[in-house]
Ligand binder design. Structure first.
Ligand SMILES: CC(C)(COP(=O)(O)OP(=O)(O)OC[C@H]1O[C@@H](n2cnc3c(N)ncnc32)[C@H](O)[C@@H]1OP(=O)(O)O)[C@@H](O)C(=O)NCCC(=O)NCCS
Length: 432
């Protein structure tokens, strides 16, 4: 399955910036800055010859209108020749999963030997827009030939035209925010506040352990924060080693203040960060003397109707990826699941384990498989580590590949839910 045109695609290296809660240590950086930091470190760590890189692909969900193709900014780092084509993709929270998939396809097709894939997000630097009417008046004023004509146009500006337009983390098609969608899933799937808080606690405890023992830390490129380069950030700053069920239980619901269960404690935080992955054809890796960490065996995307339960895409994408991989759930030795919200992860788990889901959505009589918590999100997940939308897929793939190697696991799975009802899944296999 993983061999197309006789070409297996290897993950050779991966690293990321620390993930920081929006408005904290990276508040003055842009998504481009963060993407460059992750990529520079990837180049340094892997010692890949930048001249051999054929393409750069980056994911970002809320790009700046000033630098809409972040991948090209990355490929213009001074380390690279200026002739490397680069493009950016948006598959919402699965964006950098998608960039790895695209790198895979380009390499498998023989269009590239070496690709850098990754993703970035600076939620401290979201694009805030003028109203449509104010923008139109500014354009009209810009075209005016005399000062008087310009002032006449500007005199038509009303106070309400000046109200800024801030992007909501909401579905354009339904108007529901992610948080409201999470609440809906909690109610319809009967997932209690306590179950969500327990899941969040587990995320923090395992992420704290993975940071303390160096497994997560090893994937992080310490950042000397510009412009003064005095402060060094070397770890994710949202992980709370000391949180407890009691503390989590005290937090007030955010998205349905009266009857809700989703809180700042059991949701992933708004986060700044970037991650990058180096992919090569097996032949190129071996020729350049690299020992691949893992190979990509298969991937799949799928979508549910966003008006139903928004974050259930993995319930369709995971079985599709497994089928393409020629594997079943029980073949998996490790699973890395994106945690947008505890309730979303638990709802996806319900779907994986549900015969009714399999019958209704997959036309199968048996559930996808039973989740083994001993092999799932073994270093926590996005609730604790953070979720810079564009970067999460590359983080998950890197963490999975490294841990598969440590544990000697044969097959591992990445699962990501995304805006628009989409799901993304990728199966990695051990590098042998
Ligand atoms: C939920 C959300 C609104 C919370 O934002 P916020 O209010 O800025 O969150 P904070 O980090 O300030 O936390 C709020 C409070 O909870 C506390 N808290 C958060 N997590 C906690 C934990 N694990 N243990 C104990 N206390 C915690 C904080 O200390 C803070 O307390 P304070 O007000 O006394 O300082 C925001 O994180 C969000 O929108 N998340 C969802 C993002 C999303 O939709 N993603 C899409 C997924 S695909």
């Amino acid at each position: 399955m993983s061999v197309r045109n006789g070409r297996r695609v290897a993950i050779v290296g991966g690293c990321r910036t620390p993930f920081a809660k929006a408005g904290t240590v990276f508040r003055d950086l842009t998504a481009v800055d963060l993407a460059k930091l992750a990529t520079r470190e990837l180049l340094a760590r892997t010692e890949v010859d930048p001249r051999t890189v054929d393409q750069v692909v980056f994911g970002q969900v809320l790009p700046s209108v000033l630098a809409p193709n972040v991948a090209r900014e990355v490929s213009l780092l001074p380390h690279f020749p200026r002739t490397i084509p680069a493009h950016s993709v948006n598959r919402a929270c699965a964006s950098s999963g998608q960039t790895i998939a695209e790198a895979h396809d380009q390499i498998a097709l023989g269009h590239a030997e070496v690709v850098i894939a990754g993703g970035t997000e600076a939620l401290s630097d979201i694009p805030i827009l003028h109203s449509r009417r104010f923008s139109a008046l500014l354009v009209e004023a810009g075209k005016a030939r005399t000062l008087g004509a310009r002032l006449a146009v500007l005199a038509r500006v009303r106070p309400r035209d000046l109200v800024p337009v801030t992007p909501a983390i909401a579905e354009p098609s339904t108007g529901m925010t992610m948080g409201q969608s999470a609440e809906k899933m909690a109610k319809e799937n009967g997932i209690s506040r306590e179950a969500q808080d327990r899941f969040a606690l587990r995320s923090h405890q395992l992420a704290a352990a993975g940071t303390a023992d160096g497994r997560l830390t090893a994937e992080i490129a310490p950042v000397f924060v510009p412009p003064h380069f005095e402060e060094v950030v070397a770890a994710d700053n949202g992980i709370r080693a000391d949180t407890s069920l009691d503390q989590l239980a005290k937090l007030r619901p955010v998205f349905d203040r009266r009857y809700g269960t989703v809180t700042a404690g059991n949701a992933s935080p708004l986060t700044d960060g970037a991650a990058a992955v180096l992919l090569m054809s097996e032949a190129a890796a071996r020729a350049q003397g690299y020992a691949p960490i893992a190979f990509i065996r298969a991937y799949a995307v799928a979508a549910v109707d966003p008006a139903e339960q928004l974050l259930m895409g993995p319930g369709l994408a995971v079985p599709k990826a497994l089928e393409r991989a020629g594997l079943s759930w029980k073949d998996l030795g490790l699973v890395e699941m994106h945690e947008a919200f505890a309730v979303q992860a638990l709802s996806n788990v319900q779907a994986f384990e549900s015969r009714a889901w399999a019958e209704r959505h997959l036309g199968r009589s048996e559930p996808i498989g039973e989740v083994d918590w001993g092999i799932t999100n073994v270093m926590g997940g996005s609730i604790a580590i953070g979720h810079p939308f564009g970067a999460t897929g590359a983080r998950l793939a890197t963490t999975l590949a490294n841990e598969m190697r440590r544990r000697g696991v044969e097959f591992g799975l990445v699962s990501i839910c995304a805006q628009g009802g989409m799901g993304f899944a990728m199966v990695l296999e051990a590098a042998r």
